[in-house]
Design a protein around this ligand. Structure first.
Ligand SMILES: [Zn+2]
Length: 479
């Protein structure tokens, strides 16, 4: 967070909600600017809230995580103390969003080669697929890729059926990602795909340097953190297990063969051609990979400030932000393991909170009701907003607009216009407005006129379209 001047931008939202509520239903007309409750939003208040939301103690607010749950509690407690009505599940501020967590069960994931057991996490890792390999012989297939355009096929003269295919990780010499166009199994086949469709029992991959260097982090990701999924269970294209093994296992695999494990490891780096061959038929693999799936939850936080008009209060203006970020990684290099997400989207989170406070404590109450919503899982793929859209806690057609605030904590400093990462930041007194003109005939006009009468920021509509690669309009499409 560089400073708080950008927060002035959010005030526009508060202004037009209060100042011109009737214009939603009528043709826009020139109105005398009236800024009422906006005085209730201050830089100090925003800073106080953000100091908590972006603190190390919340560990980067990953979805799901303890830090995110604490952030949700923090928001809910404030809403409650200001008299905002809960609008989540069962009279609470929380709308539960169901998720699944897949993890490897290390105690039930084992590998044995010719009777020698190896240890998961130390000697090998496994893909997140349940599978069993029983007494299978092995065949070595170099890098294992078939690439028709390059005439690469390591399987000529060998049969992988009922065997485990042993490969070294990486593309064959002369093949690049550009050669792999279209679906797997078309003009090319990945080693796992080829193995599966040709009846192999599994794949053993000799680990690369990168995998070996990150062995502990990969183990932690598979066993502790796991893969978290939202929505329908993803279908796994590759249903046979893949085991990534250390040089210790590679050495044992090629003991007494025509090529040693270390020679294969070296050839893979030098790009030397590798001959495919059946390993000694006495060598057998027994393995099992076991995953476990838990049903878990995260939550959106939802509250309502009831409108003052007996009829219009049945309509809602939603004001929202995602309150999650990307968490932490105990294996990240350097001393800082936490992505605090002060800008993305701590800034939006505390803006919505401050707007809620200003409305709740202010003298003026808008005619329509305001639905305040903090979404979870945005960084993972818009989970929270999609869930609310499909399972709204108020009739979805009564939500006349949603104003979403994301990343209003930063703008360009001198020199940033040439900086590769910062050149796309807004300039001072500039804000990206997205969707207001594309999705409504009135919203753009209203926000423009209120802006001109009040802060007069520069509205940049570069992202205002569903086809722009930076578009954030996806969660709104279902409206
Ligand atoms: Zn964001």
């Amino acid at each position: 967070m560089q400073n708080f001047r950008r927060f002035t931008a959010l005030l526009i939202l508060a202004v037009f909600l209060l100042g011109t509520p009737s214009t939603f239903a009528q043709k826009a007309k020139p109105a005398v600017p009236y800024f009422g409750n906006v005085e209730g939003v201050t830089a100090k208040q925003l800073k106080d809230y953000l100091t908590f939301i972006a603190s190390d103690e919340l560990e980067g607010r990953d979805t799901p995580s303890r830090g995110l749950d604490i952030a949700a509690m923090f928001i809910a407690q404030h809403l409650s103390s200001w008299g905002i009505k809960p609008a989540g599940d069962n009279g609470s501020f929380f709308q539960k969003v169901p998720l699944r967590r897949l993890r490897i069960a290390p105690e039930k994931t084992r590998l044995e080669i010719s009777g020698q057991p190896y240890l998961y996490g130390k000697d090998f890792l496994a893909s997140m697929v349940n599978g069993e390999i029983t007494n299978s012989p092995m065949v070595f297939a170099g890098n294992g890729w078939v690439v028709k355009s390059k005439n690469v096929n390591p399987y000529e003269g060998i049969d992988v059926k009922d065997k485990v295919v042993v490969i070294v990780n990486g593309l064959p010499k002369g093949v690049t990602n550009a050669d792999l166009q279209g679906p797997d199994g078309g003009s090319y086949s990945s080693p796992n795909y080829y193995a599966q469709v040709n009846g192999a029992k599994g794949v053993i991959v000799i680990a690369t340097f990168t995998l070996l260097a990150n062995m502990e982090a990969n183990r932690w990701n598979a066993v502790e953190k796991g893969i978290v999924q939202y929505g329908k269970p993803a279908t796994t294209a590759i249903a046979i297990p893949t085991l990534s093994v250390t040089p210790r296992i590679a050495s044992a695999l090629f003991q007494g063969e025509k090529t040693s494990g270390s020679a294969i490891f070296t050839k893979n780096y030098t790009g030397e051609a590798m001959e495919s061959f059946d390993l000694n038929a006495n060598k057998r693999v027994n393995a099992s990979v076991t995953t476990k799936t838990e049903n878990i939850f995260t939550q959106n936080v939802v509250g309502i400030l009831e409108g003052s008009d007996p009829i219009l209060k049945n309509e809602y203006v939603a004001i929202g932000a995602h309150y999650d970020h990307v968490g932490m990684n105990p294996f990240a290099p350097g001393p800082d393991k936490i992505w605090n997400g002060a800008d993305d989207d701590g800034s939006g989170t505390v803006s919505v909170l401050s707007i809620a406070e200003a409305f709740a404590k202010g003298k003026e109450r808008p005619k329509r009701s305001i639905l305040f919503i903090w979404h979870a899982g945005e960084e993972k793929g818009l989970w929270g907003s999609e869930y609310f859209t499909n399972n709204p806690t108020v009739p979805i057609t009564s939500v006349i607009t949603e104003l979403n605030i994301d990343m209003i904590g930063r703008y360009q400093n001198p020199g940033d216009e040439n900086h590769p990462q910062n050149k796309r930041l807004p300039k001072p007194h500039e804000i990206f407005t997205i969707g207001s003109k594309m999705m409504s005939s009135e919203l753009g006009e209203i926000s423009d006129s209120v802006n001109k009468a009040f802060l007069n920021l520069n509205f940049n509509q570069e992202y205002d379209g569903p086809t722009h690669p930076g578009s954030v309009l996806l969660p709104l499409r279902s409206f």
